[in-house]
Design a protein. Structure first.
Length: 314
């Protein structure tokens, strides 16, 4: 596993800068830190934008937040600041459009756009944006077995479990409150991006494990969730699924029970009017009695006592 902990996240923001200089400073920052772009704000308002960057051994990660604006990468900017890289943009919040010589694409939160950063494009965010970006040098892209050229941008749909796993990996490394880099599984990030862009299944067992765990978290409320269902849901065999969990020091049933109990404890600890039976149902337990037994077995506490203390404290 290649982990990217060589540098700490670097934060840049236009907040507090002279309004007349914000766009120029934002453009200068992006040209040095990520990809050279020309920018203009919408509605004649000052640009409010923040970027958190993290350089890994083989890729560059960024979290970008901004008020409504448009960015352009024209031929002149490409010649001035070539990137020699593939750009991957995962929309977190806010709709966006992407215009290139082959047409216009509209992107919704959760969708991934992959494009050649050295082909002209225009991107617009009429209601502002929050996105995760990954820049991958062309040499690394080719070494990973990805298509050697991207004549057209690739858009991957929003409901792919692989993208939620990718968002979790990149988002944790670039959390706004983080002062130091989290341990980033760079191999997993790159494998997920290449598999999304090419339509092939991820190659790394570590990625299969992460995707399976995401799938489990997405379906915890389903009492019929089984190893066979999980394997089908992420496109691998049940036997391989068992192997990757065993390599991680656990099993599918053990991990599933652990995640259900962890979520149940969080719900009970939040207080409120939710009953123990409702928590059990929301966490995929077939009965409140079975849940209560497992909860006490795991934590040495009764679920009713945890709920009572949480409600008293609130």
């Amino acid at each position: 596993m290649t982990s990217g902990t060589a540098s700490a996240p670097v934060r840049f923001s236009t907040a507090g800068l002279p309004e007349a200089e914000r766009i120029a400073l934002w453009e200068d920052h992006n040209a040095q830190a990520l990809i050279g772009l020309r920018c203009r704000s919408l509605h004649d308002t000052a640009l409010e934008a923040t970027e958190i960057n993290l350089q890994l051994p083989r890729a560059h990660l960024a979290r970008v937040l901004g008020s409504p604006h448009v960015v352009e990468r024209p031929d002149a900017e490409i010649r001035r600041v070539p990137s020699d890289a593939v750009a991957c943009y995962l929309t977190v919040a806010g709709d966006a459009f992407f215009y290139s010589d082959d047409g216009v694409r509209l992107l919704r939160p959760g969708q991934l756009l992959v494009c050649d950063a050295d082909r002209p494009f225009v991107r617009g965010f009429s209601h502002g944006l929050e996105e995760l970006a990954v820049k991958i040098p062309h040499t690394v892209w080719r070494e990973l077995g990805a298509p050697p050229a991207l004549p057209q941008p690739v858009v991957v749909d929003a409901d792919a479990v692989h993208l939620r796993t990718l968002a979790a990996l990149v988002g944790r490394a670039l959390a706004p409150e983080s002062a130091v880099a989290a341990d980033v599984d760079e191999d997993a990030v790159l494998d997920l991006l290449v598999s999304a862009a090419s339509g092939r299944a991820p190659a790394l067992s570590a990625v299969h494990l992460r995707v399976a765990k995401t799938y489990i978290d997405d379906h915890l409320a389903d009492p019929g969730l089984t190893a066979a269902r999980i394997a089908r849901g992420i496109g691998i065999s049940e036997r391989h699924l068992s192997r990757v969990f065993a390599a991680g020091g656990t099993s599918v049933p053990r991990h599933l029970l652990q995640r259900r109990l962890e979520r149940a404890r969080a719900l009970l600890g939040a207080g409120g009017e939710t009953t123990v039976a409702e928590v059990a149902e929301r966490c995929g337990f077939a009965s409140a009695a079975h849940f209560s037994h497992r909860f006490r077995e795991r934590y040495g506490l009764r679920a009713t006592d945890v709920r009572r203390e949480a409600r008293a404290g609130s």
